[in-house]
Design a protein around this ligand. Structure first.
Ligand code: SF4
Length: 73
């Protein structure tokens, strides 16, 4: 019998384009554990990798950015 379960946890990497970012802060509201906005009104990544149950929230923040300044992979 084969066992296809794996103990590897799925991770997602995040990138922010500060040229596009207009500092709406939407990402920081949706996922304050990962996104912040600096004094200049640009997104600040507190971490560039998330895993497990965080992924859905971060994906929502990425797709909610009005400037398409966030990408995940
Ligand atoms: S939602 Fe987009 S535009 Fe707004 S602060 Fe975050 S990255 Fe910048």
């Amino acid at each position: 019998m084969s066992d296809t379960t794996t103990s590897e946890e799925t991770t997602m990497r995040i990138q922010a384009d500060t040229e596009r970012c207009q500092g709406h802060g939407r990402c920081a509201l949706l996922a304050p554990e990962v996104f912040d906005v600096d004094d200049l009104g640009k997104v600040l990544l507190l971490r560039d990798e998330v895993s497990g149950s965080e992924i859905a929230d971060i994906e929502e923040a990425v797709t909610s950015c009005p400037e398409s300044a966030l990408t995940s992979q």
